[in-house]
Design a protein around this ligand. Structure first.
Ligand SMILES: C[S@@+](CC[C@H](N)C(=O)[O-])C[C@H]1O[C@@H](n2cnc3c(N)ncnc32)[C@H](O)[C@@H]1O
Length: 415
């Protein structure tokens, strides 16, 4: 229930979505700890917020779209604050499990480095407009000066608008996912008109004109001028449309450097939740790799990339659901062989079942990459209780100005 009287509140912390939290709890978006604010209470939220006493960490948002756009949550805070806050989330998750460790300095991707974006694109009376959904609304905000996206993605906005002119219904906005590949734009469209002969033809005729390398409409490939490859180490892979990729090339490089540091010296490495080979293929310069991933098309892409690459050691690629069927100790240590190190990069749910088998297999070294500090800390506790040492953690922030937190951690089995 909303009342029109203004309430004064003191922000004590940020919640997991990046909103300020005051006693109640009352959630106040775009406020910072230590700030005194006034606003109108609406359920557990404060609206129409005025900052009475600003935090010393409050800054002018660098992007002119920040006020209306929902893409970023933390542009009103300085970089030091955001770095501390993200590291604090990981530290607190570990503390809740009774763990502590060294933190290596955070790595934050620069502005204008996002390699993929999903644009909402709708038809208008005059034509079409593309952007991000606004804050807590379905309204589309145009983002020509977005500070997140790589300039080549920003330059692709008119292409997305043209696709809407060709194939969006009047009612439903398109979701256009644009990924920068080595050679051009890899485009996946959802929510468009159903494909029929004329639509297929007009889309296919527009591909070159719009500078698209591959166009996929729902699940159907419309055209591909060249394979939209991504380079992982010595290998070039052509990922299935829309499949997982690290958010920035810079963040990918930072994660890979940390993983390489952890598993250095290992001659045989198992990469679990391997995707298209972000880690497996660069690691194959130094070690034999067993790459396991749930999506068979991603595994095919990884394998094809490895076959064409030069100078790599053996990579065995296996498609398998690691939640239902984690790799077992006899597979991790097949007769006469031993995977000395594992890379583990699971989805948000973590890797409970696989961690149990790595412990049974006595895998010596584990590089754990995680996008969820809570499931990571839960798995870390199990590893530590089984005799592993948590050597260090590094937060890698490729989702700048968002509330998202990502990390790499080094574990070794104590002798
Ligand atoms: C965070 S991504 C990491 C991918 C890869 N390591 C990378 O950096 O590009 C997690 C991966 O787990 C895969 N995955 C999701 N559920 C899975 C399951 N049940 N079994 C195996 N892999 C799964 C996803 O397809 C995705 O590629």
């Amino acid at each position: 229930m909303s009342t029109s009287a203004r309430t004064t509140a003191s922000i004590t912390r940020l919640g997991h979505q990046g909103d300020g939290v005051a006693e109640g709890p009352l959630f106040a978006p775009r406020t910072l700890p230590g700030e005194v604010i006034t606003g109108i209470v609406d359920g557990s939220a404060l609206g129409d917020i005025r900052i009475e006493t600003p935090s010393e960490h409050r800054v002018q948002a660098p992007c002119r779209h920040y006020k209306s756009c929902g893409g970023c949550q933390l542009q009103h805070a300085d970089d030091g604050f955001v770095a501390e806050w993200k590291q604090g989330i990981v530290r607190n998750a570990l503390t809740a499990q009774g763990l502590e460790t060294e933190f290596r300095p955070i790595h934050t991707s620069p502005s204008h480095s996002r390699r993929r974006a999903t644009l909402a694109v709708r038809r208008t009376k005059k034509g079409a407009m593309a952007g991000f959904h606004g804050r807590a609304s379905g309204v589309i905000t145009q983002i020509p000066d977005c500070h997140l996206l790589d300039p080549d993605l920003l330059a692709a906005i008119p292409m997305a608008e043209n696709l809407a002119l060709i194939g969006a219904s009047r009612k439903t906005p398109l979701a256009v996912t644009v990924t920068l590949s080595d050679i051009g734009l890899d485009v996946l469209v959802k929510n468009g008109k159903p494909l029929d002969g004329p639509l297929r033809l007009s889309l296919a005729q527009s591909v070159e004109k719009l500078g698209i390398t591959r166009l996929t409409w729902d699940d159907e490939q419309i055209a591909m001028t060249q394979p939209p490859t991504q380079t992982f180490g010595n290998a070039k892979i052509c990922p299935p449309p829309g499949s997982f990729l690290q958010a920035t090339r810079d963040g990918e490089a930072a994660l890979l450097a940390a993983v390489q540091d952890i598993v250095q010296g290992a001659k045989r490495i198992v990469d679990l939740f391997a995707g298209c080979g972000t880690f497996a293929l660069p690691l194959a310069k130094q070690a034999e790799v067993l790459a396991v991933e749930g999506d068979p098309e991603m595994i095919q892409a990884l394998e094809a990339g490895w076959r064409q690459a030069k100078g790599l050691k053996l990579v065995k690629a296996v498609a398998r659901d690691l939640y239902r069927r984690p790799m077992m100790p006899d597979e991790l240590n097949p007769f006469g062989a031993f995977y000395e190190a594992a890379v583990l990069d699971p989805p948000r749910a973590g890797a409970e079942a696989q961690v149990a088998e790595l412990i049974e297999a006595r895998t010596k070294t584990i590089a754990y990459v995680s996008c969820n500090p809570v499931s990571f800390a839960r798995d870390a506790k199990v590893l530590v209780e089984a005799g592993y040492q948590l050597n260090w953690v590094q937060v890698v922030d490729q989702f700048r100005w968002s509330s998202h937190t990502e990390l790499v951690a080094s574990f070794t089995l104590a002798d």
